[in-house]
Write a protein that binds this ligand. Structure first.
Ligand code: C2E
Ligand code: MG
Ligand code: MG
Ligand code: MG
Length: 290
């Protein structure tokens, strides 16, 4: 914040603000080159079925290994990339890399469903649907195994977003509303948006085991989604008791540290192999035949 104002509309020079703006400018410039410099990579977090934790897919989550700062968290660089427009390039890299990995998994009989986060800025690019169709074509991924996650604020900010989502669904992709319940007009979006999946935000999930308003909302949402024929995924499940409680409430899908952390693709393969070993014979048959 500005150090002070003289009461006449003038603001004192604040070297701290200058340093922050400088740092942000530098980071922005570096962000624009991150993909080309091979500093970006994806980790994948399993989305599982309740109550047994059987994997149904993974969510691709972006990581930036900065040459000097180390790992920069997405909550820092994604908003920056959105403000500066770098998200368009970065998002393109994410789509291509996630589709390439999804295609490899599909061919190898590994995870067959991959979920990809998209920001408002990306979704509002003219020709975004054709671009995704092109990536699907080039990577050979089965588009019915792809899910696009958008935040409700992203959807609200962009007029053409609903059309884009509708077109992506026509291509066979699944559409999910991410962080549901944290933005504005959540419920009205369920009326206007072509949505297949609703990801209930972890801020609600975290309160589910006690008599909280969050627990009431978590219970209410399962009724709403069931009746609208939308699948609900509980995000940020950290404990066994949360998982039990969610399953009792009617949730079929969950994601969170309790089941698995986000991990690089090779670790997903060994995690999956472990799951299959520890699963019952019946479960194993189901997984390998699906
Ligand atoms: P998100 O899409 O809601 O992703 C879930 C976030 O919750 C991830 O954080 C994940 O690591 C974290 N998480 C998963 N399980 C748990 C849990 O049990 N407890 C807690 N406390 N956290 C859990 P991450 O990877 O730091 O990503 C943060 C956000 O950055 C994402 O939230 C998403 O909005 C954005 N993001 C990540 N990758 C991309 C991308 O490729 N493109 C775009 N546009 N946004 C991305
Ligand atoms: Mg997400
Ligand atoms: Mg989320
Ligand atoms: Mg989030």
């Amino acid at each position: 914040a500005a150090k002070g104002s003289g009461g006449n509309g003038w603001t004192w020079y604040d070297p701290e603000m200058d340093r922050q703006a400088d740092a942000e400018l530098r980071l922005t410039a570096e962000l624009h080159q991150a993909a080309a410099r091979d500093e970006l990579f994806l980790v994948y977090q399993p989305i599982v079925e309740l109550p047994d934790g059987r994997p149904t897919g993974v969510e691709a989550l972006l990581r930036w290994r900065h040459p000097r700062h180390g790992l920069v968290p997405p909550d820092v660089f994604i908003p920056l990339a959105e403000r500066t427009g770098a998200i368009v390039e970065i998002g393109r890299w994410v789509l291509t890399e996630a589709c390439r990995q999804a295609a490899a998994w599909q061919r190898g009989g590994g995870i067959s469903r991959v979920s990809i986060n998209m920001s408002a800025r990306q979704l509002s690019q003219p020709g975004i649907v054709a671009e995704i169709a092109g990536i699907v074509e080039r990577t050979g991924v089965d588009p019915t195994g792809l899910m696009i996650e958008v935040t409700e604020t992203a959807v609200l900010a962009v007029d053409s977003a609903v059309d884009a989502l509708r077109d992506l669904r026509a291509l066979g992709l699944t559409v999910a509303l991410d962080d549901f319940g944290t933005g504005n007009s959540s419920l009205s979006l369920l009326v206007n948006c072509p949505v297949d999946v609703l990801k209930v935000d972890k801020s609600f999930v975290s309160g589910v085991t006690s008599a909280t308003a969050q627990a009431v909302i978590v219970d209410g949402l399962i009724d709403i989604t069931n009746r609208l024929r939308i699948r609900a995924v509980a995000e940020g499940v950290e404990t066994a008791s949360q998982a039990v409680r969610l399953h009792a409430a009617g949730y079929r899908y969950a994601q969170g540290f309790h089941f698995a952390r986000p991990m690089p693709a090779p670790l997903v393969d060994s995690w999956l192999a472990d799951q299959r070993l520890t699963g019952s014979a019946a479960e194993m048959r189901e997984i390998s035949s699906s």
